[in-house]
Design a protein around this ligand. Structure first.
Ligand code: FE2
Ligand code: FE2
Length: 348
């Protein structure tokens, strides 16, 4: 028993008028909306104007022929179902058709039952694939949205954690926020593109997140650190990278966090990178990081005046800091006024 299909379009491509007439009449009788062409070229023009879910085509026609048409359809509209009508049993042509992505073929003389059956099967497959595609798109969209949600939630939780960690100690409160502010001003001054600025913003905000794993007794120690304690503090860029790796997709952000204590002369940590081996975003964070440390109070000394802090940065240009960035920052820094400048940082 055939299921009636209504208002479904089929394109019939056949150069023999009689055969074309039989196919079109039959298809219309079964309630298919039908358009027809006598050559492959004409069919392609028709399909460009009105694409149908199914194309029924002869193989041997004047002009470029059925195989050319099949390849054109596959290339432009891979979703379209193709049925081939062939005059005799030609294994080579059949093989070529299958390779070109034909769904069904049947032989002349036409048996209407067979035609109806392949038409229905091809259409059913077409709609099933369309439905499958729609479901996949919806699923992908839902997964993307959910992943984004999880990432955003995780990042805002981790930002809160980083802030809470800083706020617990008056010497570190607001550090990440100020470093972010200075770094973005520096980035704007060198004309860093907006996409990179976004990544920089995230990296600067979270650059010290690895300190959550460092004991308070070491982090907040008001006197000099022992060699062993200093080695523990030096792990914070690596720990930060590790914490964020599962949720931060951008390698540049992770590399900036890992590299914010590297120095131009290779004496920094954790990897001892030199010069331009140090990622640009890490170099953009290093200057503000140190500037903020110097211009805010520490447990064992008062904040330096801006002019003295800038002298320290000037001395470090080329050895500690990127000299080009340092030049820009030295010009810029005296004019910068972070919103939250109430407290300081123990910079290690
Ligand atoms: Fe740090
Ligand atoms: Fe820092």
């Amino acid at each position: 028993m055939h299921t009636p299909v209504t208002t479904v379009s089929v394109t019939v491509v056949e150069d023999e008028p009689m055969t074309q007439d039989v196919l079109v009449r039959a298809a219309r009788l079964w309630q298919y909306e039908c358009q027809s062409a006598s050559t492959a070229e004409q069919a392609l023009e028709l399909l460009e104007q009105n694409l149908t879910p199914v194309v029924v085509t002869d193989l041997r026609m004047p002009g470029r022929g059925g195989l050319w048409l099949i390849r054109q359809i596959r290339q432009r509209w891979p979703q379209v179902g193709i049925i081939v009508l062939t005059a005799g049993h030609d294994p080579e042509a059949t093989n070529e058709c299958l390779q070109a992505g034909v769904h069904h073929y049947f032989f002349k003389p036409i048996k209407l039952d067979e035609f109806r059956h392949v038409l229905e099967t091809t259409l059913r497959n077409y709609y099933a694939e369309q439905e499958q595609h729609r479901i996949e798109c919806r699923l992908q969209h839902a997964v993307r949205r959910q992943t984004h949600r999880v990432r955003t939630t995780f990042l805002s939780a981790i930002t809160s954690l980083s802030q809470a960690m800083e706020e617990r100690d008056p010497y570190t409160a607001g550090h990440s926020r100020r470093v972010r502010y200075y770094a973005l001003e520096l980035a704007r001054a060198i004309g860093l593109e907006p996409r990179q600025c976004k990544l920089l913003s995230l990296a600067a905000q979270l650059h010290d997140i690895g300190k959550v794993a460092i004991p308070d007794a070491i982090l907040h120690k008001p006197t000099n650190l022992s060699e062993e304690e200093y080695q523990i503090v030096q792990q914070h860029p690596v720990i930060g990278e590790r914490i964020l790796r599962p949720v931060v997709r951008h390698q540049a952000v992770l590399a900036a966090i890992r590299g914010h204590h590297e120095r131009m002369d290779g004496t920094g940590y954790p990897d001892g990178l030199r010069g331009e081996q140090i990622p640009l975003l890490a170099r953009l964070i290093a200057l503000p990081d140190c500037f903020d440390a110097l211009t805010t109070s520490r447990a064992y000394r008062e904040a330096l005046p801006v002019s003295e802090a800038l002298a320290v940065l000037r001395d470090g240009a080329g050895t500690h800091f990127d000299p080009d960035l340092a030049r820009v920052f030295l010009q810029l820094a005296p004019r910068l006024e972070p919103k939250d400048s109430r407290s300081g940082l123990l910079c290690r």
